[in-house]
Design a binder for this molecule. Structure first.
Ligand SMILES: Nc1ncnc2c1ncn2[C@@H]1O[C@H](COP(=O)(O)OP(=O)(O)OP(=O)(O)O)[C@@H](O)[C@H]1O
Ligand SMILES: [Mg+2]
Length: 335
């Protein structure tokens, strides 16, 4: 600085190791380093081989399983029990396969049951017609009437099946308008008046006669719903019998109740009443012409309107149906 030397900067000459002990030590060290390097490399290779094998094997199984499911082999299961995400995925896969297998079984059962259901009236029809063709049975008005009622029974089943399959895919056509379900219920009672009187069934109509409800629904479907309940009453309750019909209100809900005088159904059957093709007593009810679809249709209709239908054994010893319907606004006035 300003011509003065204030410091020195120098490079030290590289000191060669000349001592044999130092040289040997350095060689030894490098050898150890190389060996350690190679050992590390091998370890990494082995570990990654096993890791990838462990990871890939479940992935392979999952891929194969998915392919099997795609080709409808629903009994496929994956044998992976690890506790990691892959294990969880495999468990979920197995659960999904189980659900699919069950629903496939139900579908097959349903097909078997329904074809059986259609076969019986068809074979009756065929037998009767052939007997008439062969002259074994006379072609009288009465015999034709019995054939006709068998055809009506068949077409009812087919129509019910059609409705059910539409409801299942969420495509039940609903012609929605503002209606009062209680009013539709009362009109349906009128339709059944003569039949009830003939069968010594008294109807106690305790519905409010003057009310304003705002409910969006298909009136014809509600007539169908109540008709199914009334047909059941005509078919299954003891004579002389009675029906009590009333309503209650929930928060923005209207609940319709229909209770008959009995004999009701065993407690273990109550839950299953709404199952398709379910009948409490096969032999007895078939003789009376039921196919076990009526109540499942009732359920579909109510659910398509956002409501709920439940059955319970009532105090009278008969069955009570509660139909719980959501109203569209709070402008409703209960009476
Ligand atoms: N009010 C009732 N009292 C006693 N048992 C009933 C009553 N309603 C229904 N059941 C029983 O529930 C079963 C199912 O009824 P559901 O209406 O679904 O079918 P179904 O009457 O047999 O045939 P469908 O209505 O399709 O002609 C009936 O077979 C009957 O055993
Ligand atoms: Mg019925």
């Amino acid at each position: 600085v300003d011509g003065k030397t204030v410091g020195w900067l120098g490079l030290r000459k590289h000191e060669r190791l000349s001592h044999p002990l130092d040289v040997a030590y350095l060689k030894e060290q490098s050898k150890v380093f190389y060996l350690a390097g190679i050992a590390m490399l091998m370890l990494v290779a082995v570990v990654s081989y096993f890791l990838s094998k462990n990871m890939l094997s479940p992935v392979k199984q999952l891929t194969a399983g998915t392919r099997a499911l795609t080709s409808l082999k629903f009994d496929t299961r994956i044998d992976v029990h690890s506790k990691d995400e892959l294990g969880q995925l495999a468990a979920d896969f197995n659960e999904m396969a189980r659900t699919l297998e069950q629903s496939e079984q139900l579908r097959r059962q349903w097909l078997t049951d329904i074809s059986h259901e259609l076969r019986t009236p068809l074979s009756i029809l065929r037998g009767e017609i052939e007997a008439m063709q062969d002259g074994v049975r006379e072609t009288t008005r009465q015999n034709l009437d019995s054939l006709h009622s068998e055809v009506i029974y068949l077409s009812k089943i087919v129509n019910d099946l059609h409705d059910l399959s539409l409801a299942e895919t969420g495509a039940l056509p609903l012609n929605k308008k503002t209606i009062d379900p209680a009013k539709v219920l009362r009109e349906t009672i009128k339709l059944f008046e003569t039949k009830f009187a003939q069968d010594q069934i008294t109807v106690f109509d305790e519905l409010a006669s003057d009310q304003r409800v705002a409910f969006e629904g298909d009136g014809d479907r509600f007539t169908q719903l109540f008709s199914n309940l009334f047909e059941n009453a005509l078919r299954y309750i003891d004579r002389p019998g009675s029906l009590r019909i009333w309503q209650t209100w929930g928060e923005n809900r209207l609940i319709l109740h229909v209770e008959d005088s009995g004999p009701g159904v065993p407690e273990e059957s109550v839950e299953r009443l709404f199952d398709r093709l379910y009948r409490v007593d096969h032999a007895r009810t078939r003789a009376r012409g039921g196919s076990g679809l009526g109540l499942s249709i009732c359920k579909s209709i109510v659910e398509a309107h956002g409501g709920k239908i439940t059955a319970a054994n009532g105090q009278s010893g008969g069955l009570r149906f509660d139909i719980d319907l959501p109203l569209i606004s709070d402008k409703n006035v209960g009476m």
